[in-house]
Ligand binder design. Structure first.
Ligand code: V47
Length: 339
Protein backbone atom coordinates (compact mmCIF):
# COMPACT_ATOMS: atom_id res chain seq x y z
CA UNK A 1 0.00 0.00 0.00
CA UNK A 2 1.34 3.43 -0.96
CA UNK A 3 1.83 6.09 1.71
CA UNK A 4 -0.33 8.63 -0.20
CA UNK A 5 -3.19 6.16 -0.59
CA UNK A 6 -3.17 5.33 3.10
CA UNK A 7 -3.04 8.99 4.08
CA UNK A 8 -5.97 9.82 1.77
CA UNK A 9 -8.16 7.46 3.77
CA UNK A 10 -8.36 10.19 6.43
CA UNK A 11 -10.23 12.39 3.88
CA UNK A 12 -13.09 9.91 3.67
CA UNK A 13 -16.26 10.62 5.57
CA UNK A 14 -16.18 8.80 8.93
CA UNK A 15 -18.95 6.32 8.15
CA UNK A 16 -17.61 5.50 4.67
CA UNK A 17 -14.24 4.79 6.23
CA UNK A 18 -15.89 2.76 8.97
CA UNK A 19 -17.66 0.66 6.37
CA UNK A 20 -14.41 -0.14 4.56
CA UNK A 21 -12.76 -1.16 7.83
CA UNK A 22 -15.81 -3.06 9.00
CA UNK A 23 -15.79 -5.11 5.80
CA UNK A 24 -12.26 -6.39 6.54
CA UNK A 25 -13.15 -6.94 10.19
CA UNK A 26 -16.23 -8.98 9.28
CA UNK A 27 -14.33 -11.06 6.72
CA UNK A 28 -11.84 -11.96 9.42
CA UNK A 29 -14.09 -12.31 12.46
CA UNK A 30 -17.78 -11.95 11.57
CA UNK A 31 -19.74 -10.60 14.49
CA UNK A 32 -17.31 -11.68 17.21
CA UNK A 33 -15.73 -9.39 19.76
CA UNK A 34 -12.80 -10.97 21.59
CA UNK A 35 -11.73 -10.40 25.17
CA UNK A 36 -9.62 -12.34 27.59
CA UNK A 37 -9.33 -12.77 31.33
CA UNK A 38 -6.00 -11.32 32.21
CA UNK A 39 -4.09 -9.51 34.88
CA UNK A 40 -1.62 -6.70 34.25
CA UNK A 41 1.39 -6.60 36.58
CA UNK A 42 3.73 -3.62 36.45
CA UNK A 43 6.61 -4.66 38.75
CA UNK A 44 8.39 -1.32 39.09
CA UNK A 45 7.98 2.33 38.15
CA UNK A 46 11.62 3.34 38.68
CA UNK A 47 12.85 4.23 35.22
CA UNK A 48 16.15 5.18 33.65
CA UNK A 49 14.24 6.88 30.83
CA UNK A 50 12.21 10.07 30.77
CA UNK A 51 9.51 9.61 28.15
CA UNK A 52 7.58 12.85 28.04
CA UNK A 53 4.17 11.19 27.67
CA UNK A 54 4.60 8.87 30.63
CA UNK A 55 2.77 9.44 33.90
CA UNK A 56 3.72 6.04 35.25
CA UNK A 57 7.45 6.29 35.94
CA UNK A 58 8.54 7.79 39.24
CA UNK A 59 9.62 11.42 38.79
CA UNK A 60 8.73 14.92 39.87
CA UNK A 61 5.09 14.49 38.81
CA UNK A 62 4.82 11.03 40.33
CA UNK A 63 7.08 10.84 43.38
CA UNK A 64 5.73 7.48 44.60
CA UNK A 65 8.30 4.98 43.47
CA UNK A 66 7.83 1.26 44.01
CA UNK A 67 9.37 -2.08 43.14
CA UNK A 68 7.58 -5.35 43.80
CA UNK A 69 9.39 -8.39 45.11
CA UNK A 70 9.34 -11.60 43.09
CA UNK A 71 7.18 -13.14 45.85
CA UNK A 72 4.64 -10.34 45.50
CA UNK A 73 4.49 -10.78 41.73
CA UNK A 74 4.06 -14.54 42.07
CA UNK A 75 1.28 -14.04 44.63
CA UNK A 76 -0.56 -11.66 42.30
CA UNK A 77 -0.30 -14.20 39.47
CA UNK A 78 -1.52 -17.03 41.71
CA UNK A 79 -4.49 -14.98 42.95
CA UNK A 80 -5.35 -13.91 39.41
CA UNK A 81 -5.26 -17.50 38.22
CA UNK A 82 -7.59 -18.50 41.06
CA UNK A 83 -10.04 -15.86 39.87
CA UNK A 84 -9.92 -17.30 36.37
CA UNK A 85 -7.20 -15.28 34.62
CA UNK A 86 -5.53 -17.11 31.77
CA UNK A 87 -2.84 -14.54 31.09
CA UNK A 88 -0.52 -12.30 33.05
CA UNK A 89 0.84 -9.30 31.21
CA UNK A 90 4.05 -8.19 32.93
CA UNK A 91 5.71 -4.96 31.80
CA UNK A 92 7.48 -2.31 33.79
CA UNK A 93 9.82 0.63 33.86
CA UNK A 94 13.54 0.43 33.02
CA UNK A 95 14.97 -0.08 36.47
CA UNK A 96 18.78 -0.28 36.71
CA UNK A 97 18.71 -1.63 40.27
CA UNK A 98 17.15 -5.02 39.63
CA UNK A 99 19.89 -6.81 37.72
CA UNK A 100 19.43 -8.86 34.57
CA UNK A 101 18.90 -12.19 36.31
CA UNK A 102 16.04 -10.75 38.36
CA UNK A 103 13.82 -10.75 35.26
CA UNK A 104 14.49 -14.36 34.38
CA UNK A 105 14.20 -15.47 38.01
CA UNK A 106 10.87 -13.68 38.21
CA UNK A 107 9.52 -15.31 35.03
CA UNK A 108 10.67 -18.74 36.24
CA UNK A 109 9.02 -18.20 39.61
CA UNK A 110 5.71 -17.15 38.00
CA UNK A 111 5.75 -20.11 35.62
CA UNK A 112 6.61 -22.50 38.46
CA UNK A 113 3.71 -21.28 40.59
CA UNK A 114 1.15 -21.12 37.75
CA UNK A 115 2.51 -23.32 34.94
CA UNK A 116 -0.54 -23.10 32.71
CA UNK A 117 -0.92 -19.32 32.74
CA UNK A 118 0.17 -17.54 29.56
CA UNK A 119 3.08 -15.24 30.29
CA UNK A 120 3.04 -12.16 28.07
CA UNK A 121 5.98 -10.07 29.12
CA UNK A 122 8.76 -7.66 28.16
CA UNK A 123 8.22 -4.93 25.65
CA UNK A 124 10.89 -4.50 22.98
CA UNK A 125 11.82 -1.34 24.93
CA UNK A 126 12.65 -3.45 27.98
CA UNK A 127 14.57 -5.97 25.87
CA UNK A 128 16.65 -3.15 24.37
CA UNK A 129 17.17 -1.52 27.77
CA UNK A 130 18.44 -4.76 29.31
CA UNK A 131 20.66 -5.52 26.31
CA UNK A 132 22.22 -2.06 26.55
CA UNK A 133 22.49 -1.97 30.35
CA UNK A 134 24.09 -5.42 30.63
CA UNK A 135 25.97 -5.42 27.31
CA UNK A 136 24.15 -8.46 25.96
CA UNK A 137 22.76 -9.09 22.50
CA UNK A 138 19.04 -8.94 21.72
CA UNK A 139 19.34 -12.63 20.80
CA UNK A 140 20.65 -13.49 24.25
CA UNK A 141 17.84 -11.66 26.05
CA UNK A 142 15.17 -13.22 23.81
CA UNK A 143 16.61 -16.72 24.28
CA UNK A 144 16.65 -16.23 28.04
CA UNK A 145 13.04 -15.03 27.97
CA UNK A 146 12.03 -18.23 26.24
CA UNK A 147 14.16 -20.35 28.56
CA UNK A 148 12.56 -18.74 31.62
CA UNK A 149 8.97 -19.14 30.43
CA UNK A 150 7.87 -16.04 28.50
CA UNK A 151 5.25 -17.12 25.96
CA UNK A 152 4.61 -13.98 23.95
CA UNK A 153 5.66 -10.34 23.80
CA UNK A 154 3.30 -7.40 24.25
CA UNK A 155 3.20 -4.49 21.84
CA UNK A 156 4.42 -1.70 24.11
CA UNK A 157 7.30 0.67 23.55
CA UNK A 158 6.60 1.27 19.86
CA UNK A 159 5.19 4.76 20.59
CA UNK A 160 5.58 6.53 17.25
CA UNK A 161 8.30 5.41 14.85
CA UNK A 162 9.12 8.75 13.22
CA UNK A 163 12.71 9.34 14.33
CA UNK A 164 12.47 13.14 14.79
CA UNK A 165 9.42 12.93 17.00
CA UNK A 166 10.80 9.97 18.87
CA UNK A 167 13.97 11.88 19.69
CA UNK A 168 11.84 14.66 21.17
CA UNK A 169 9.35 12.65 23.21
CA UNK A 170 11.25 9.50 24.19
CA UNK A 171 14.83 9.97 23.02
CA UNK A 172 16.33 7.63 25.63
CA UNK A 173 14.43 4.51 24.72
CA UNK A 174 14.64 1.86 22.00
CA UNK A 175 15.09 3.24 18.47
CA UNK A 176 12.35 2.44 15.98
CA UNK A 177 14.58 0.18 13.89
CA UNK A 178 15.60 -1.75 17.00
CA UNK A 179 11.98 -2.12 18.12
CA UNK A 180 11.23 -3.72 14.76
CA UNK A 181 14.39 -5.85 14.81
CA UNK A 182 13.58 -7.24 18.25
CA UNK A 183 10.11 -8.30 17.13
CA UNK A 184 11.59 -9.78 13.94
CA UNK A 185 14.04 -11.85 16.02
CA UNK A 186 11.22 -12.96 18.32
CA UNK A 187 9.08 -13.99 15.34
CA UNK A 188 12.06 -15.89 13.90
CA UNK A 189 11.89 -18.03 17.05
CA UNK A 190 8.34 -19.00 16.08
CA UNK A 191 6.87 -16.73 18.75
CA UNK A 192 4.01 -14.24 18.48
CA UNK A 193 3.86 -10.66 19.61
CA UNK A 194 1.68 -7.58 19.43
CA UNK A 195 2.39 -4.14 18.06
CA UNK A 196 1.16 -0.78 19.29
CA UNK A 197 1.17 2.90 18.38
CA UNK A 198 0.76 5.77 20.82
CA UNK A 199 -1.37 8.44 19.14
CA UNK A 200 -3.20 11.64 20.03
CA UNK A 201 -0.19 13.59 21.34
CA UNK A 202 2.19 15.65 19.16
CA UNK A 203 2.12 13.37 16.13
CA UNK A 204 0.13 14.05 12.97
CA UNK A 205 -1.65 11.85 10.45
CA UNK A 206 1.50 11.39 8.34
CA UNK A 207 3.40 10.06 11.35
CA UNK A 208 0.62 7.56 12.09
CA UNK A 209 0.47 6.30 8.52
CA UNK A 210 4.27 5.97 8.42
CA UNK A 211 4.10 3.93 11.65
CA UNK A 212 1.41 1.61 10.29
CA UNK A 213 3.27 1.04 7.03
CA UNK A 214 6.50 0.08 8.83
CA UNK A 215 4.52 -2.53 10.79
CA UNK A 216 2.81 -3.76 7.65
CA UNK A 217 6.18 -4.31 6.02
CA UNK A 218 7.54 -6.36 8.91
CA UNK A 219 4.34 -8.40 9.08
CA UNK A 220 4.71 -9.20 5.36
CA UNK A 221 8.06 -10.77 6.21
CA UNK A 222 7.28 -12.59 9.47
CA UNK A 223 3.49 -12.93 10.01
CA UNK A 224 4.40 -12.82 13.69
CA UNK A 225 2.05 -10.08 14.91
CA UNK A 226 -1.21 -11.27 16.40
CA UNK A 227 -2.74 -7.91 17.21
CA UNK A 228 -2.25 -4.22 16.68
CA UNK A 229 -3.19 -1.83 19.48
CA UNK A 230 -3.65 1.87 18.73
CA UNK A 231 -3.07 3.35 22.22
CA UNK A 232 -4.81 6.63 22.82
CA UNK A 233 -2.56 9.11 24.63
CA UNK A 234 -3.82 9.98 28.12
CA UNK A 235 -3.17 13.58 29.01
CA UNK A 236 -2.51 13.76 32.77
CA UNK A 237 0.63 13.81 34.98
CA UNK A 238 3.22 13.90 32.24
CA UNK A 239 5.60 16.32 30.59
CA UNK A 240 3.91 16.79 27.22
CA UNK A 241 1.26 18.99 28.79
CA UNK A 242 -1.34 18.57 26.10
CA UNK A 243 -4.72 18.92 27.70
CA UNK A 244 -6.98 18.50 24.71
CA UNK A 245 -7.82 14.90 24.06
CA UNK A 246 -8.24 13.81 20.47
CA UNK A 247 -11.88 13.90 19.33
CA UNK A 248 -13.80 10.68 18.85
CA UNK A 249 -13.98 11.11 15.07
CA UNK A 250 -10.20 11.23 14.70
CA UNK A 251 -9.82 8.30 17.10
CA UNK A 252 -12.28 6.15 15.17
CA UNK A 253 -10.73 7.14 11.84
CA UNK A 254 -7.31 6.11 13.13
CA UNK A 255 -8.64 2.75 14.31
CA UNK A 256 -10.40 2.19 10.98
CA UNK A 257 -7.28 3.11 8.99
CA UNK A 258 -5.25 0.74 11.17
CA UNK A 259 -7.64 -2.05 10.19
CA UNK A 260 -7.34 -1.20 6.49
CA UNK A 261 -3.56 -0.65 6.34
CA UNK A 262 -2.77 -3.59 8.60
CA UNK A 263 -5.02 -6.04 6.79
CA UNK A 264 -2.22 -8.57 7.26
CA UNK A 265 -2.47 -8.48 11.08
CA UNK A 266 -5.45 -10.57 12.20
CA UNK A 267 -6.61 -8.53 15.20
CA UNK A 268 -7.10 -4.86 16.01
CA UNK A 269 -7.45 -4.25 19.70
CA UNK A 270 -9.46 -1.28 20.96
CA UNK A 271 -7.77 -1.08 24.36
CA UNK A 272 -10.67 -0.07 26.56
CA UNK A 273 -8.43 1.24 29.34
CA UNK A 274 -7.41 4.20 27.23
CA UNK A 275 -10.55 4.60 25.14
CA UNK A 276 -13.21 3.95 27.84
CA UNK A 277 -15.35 0.85 27.53
CA UNK A 278 -18.03 2.68 25.59
CA UNK A 279 -15.73 3.98 22.87
CA UNK A 280 -13.98 0.61 22.71
CA UNK A 281 -17.35 -0.95 21.90
CA UNK A 282 -18.15 1.69 19.26
CA UNK A 283 -14.70 1.01 17.76
CA UNK A 284 -15.91 -2.53 17.00
CA UNK A 285 -18.01 -0.97 14.20
CA UNK A 286 -14.87 0.73 12.87
CA UNK A 287 -12.52 -2.19 12.36
CA UNK A 288 -11.57 -3.34 15.86
CA UNK A 289 -12.47 -6.89 16.96
CA UNK A 290 -10.96 -7.04 20.45
CA UNK A 291 -11.23 -4.99 23.65
CA UNK A 292 -8.24 -6.53 25.54
CA UNK A 293 -9.22 -8.08 28.84
CA UNK A 294 -10.64 -7.80 32.31
CA UNK A 295 -7.19 -6.53 33.44
CA UNK A 296 -7.96 -6.38 37.19
CA UNK A 297 -5.48 -3.57 37.72
CA UNK A 298 -3.57 -1.30 35.40
CA UNK A 299 -0.98 1.33 36.26
CA UNK A 300 0.42 2.88 33.09
CA UNK A 301 -2.62 4.47 31.46
CA UNK A 302 -4.31 5.16 34.77
CA UNK A 303 -1.22 7.06 35.98
CA UNK A 304 -1.79 9.38 33.02
CA UNK A 305 -5.47 9.94 33.77
CA UNK A 306 -7.39 6.95 32.37
CA UNK A 307 -10.32 6.09 34.62
CA UNK A 308 -9.53 2.40 34.71
CA UNK A 309 -7.18 1.72 37.60
CA UNK A 310 -9.21 -1.36 38.38
CA UNK A 311 -10.56 -3.76 35.81
CA UNK A 312 -13.99 -4.73 34.64
CA UNK A 313 -15.98 -7.82 35.54
CA UNK A 314 -16.34 -10.46 32.90
CA UNK A 315 -20.12 -10.18 33.12
CA UNK A 316 -20.10 -6.42 32.45
CA UNK A 317 -17.73 -6.94 29.55
CA UNK A 318 -19.92 -9.64 27.99
CA UNK A 319 -23.13 -7.63 28.56
CA UNK A 320 -21.69 -4.52 26.94
CA UNK A 321 -20.52 -6.46 23.90
CA UNK A 322 -23.80 -8.35 23.54
CA UNK A 323 -25.92 -5.22 24.02
CA UNK A 324 -24.08 -3.63 21.11
CA UNK A 325 -25.17 -6.51 18.87
CA UNK A 326 -21.90 -8.46 18.84
CA UNK A 327 -21.07 -11.93 20.09
CA UNK A 328 -18.67 -11.85 23.06
CA UNK A 329 -15.94 -14.45 22.72
CA UNK A 330 -13.51 -15.24 25.48
CA UNK A 331 -10.17 -15.98 23.88
CA UNK A 332 -6.85 -17.21 25.12
CA UNK A 333 -3.69 -15.24 24.45
CA UNK A 334 -3.25 -16.84 21.03
CA UNK A 335 -6.85 -16.02 20.07
CA UNK A 336 -8.15 -19.56 20.42
CA UNK A 337 -11.75 -19.45 21.59
CA UNK A 338 -12.21 -20.57 25.19
CA UNK A 339 -15.15 -22.91 25.31
O1 V47 B 1 4.37 1.58 25.38
C1 V47 B 1 2.61 5.45 28.22
C2 V47 B 1 1.80 3.60 26.69
C3 V47 B 1 2.31 1.45 26.65
C4 V47 B 1 0.93 6.76 28.13
O2 V47 B 1 0.35 -6.01 23.79
C5 V47 B 1 0.62 5.60 27.42
O3 V47 B 1 -1.63 -6.69 24.35
C6 V47 B 1 -1.43 6.39 26.89
O4 V47 B 1 1.76 -1.43 25.28
N1 V47 B 1 -1.18 7.57 27.56
C7 V47 B 1 2.27 0.18 27.44
N2 V47 B 1 -0.53 5.41 26.81
C8 V47 B 1 0.92 -0.53 27.28
C9 V47 B 1 0.91 -1.46 26.10
C10 V47 B 1 -0.18 -2.47 25.97
C11 V47 B 1 -1.39 -2.27 26.59
C12 V47 B 1 -2.39 -3.24 26.44
C13 V47 B 1 -2.18 -4.39 25.72
C14 V47 B 1 -0.95 -4.57 25.12
C15 V47 B 1 -0.72 -5.83 24.38
C16 V47 B 1 0.05 -3.61 25.22
O5 V47 B 1 1.56 2.42 27.35
C17 V47 B 1 3.61 2.12 26.41
C18 V47 B 1 3.16 3.49 26.03
O6 V47 B 1 2.94 3.57 24.65
N3 V47 B 1 1.71 4.83 27.48
N4 V47 B 1 2.15 6.65 28.64
C19 V47 B 1 -0.04 7.79 28.18
N5 V47 B 1 0.17 8.96 28.79
Amino acid sequence: MRFEDALKLYDLELFDLGEKANKIRREYHGNKVFYNRNRHINPTNICADRCMFCGFSAHRKNPNSYTMSIDEIVQIAVDAKMRGAKEVHIVGAHNRNLGLEWYFDMFRAVKKAVPDIHLKAMTAAEVEFLARAYKMSFDYILDMMIESGVDSMPGGGAEIFNENLRRKICGGKVKSADWLTIHKLWHKRGRKSNASMLFGHVENREHRVDHLLRLRLLQEKTSGFNAFIPLLYQTKNNFLEIDRALDAEEILKTIAISRIVLNNIPHIKAYWVGLTLNLAIVAQEFGADDVDGTIERESINSAAGAESASGVSEKSMRDLIANAGFVPIERDSMYNEVL
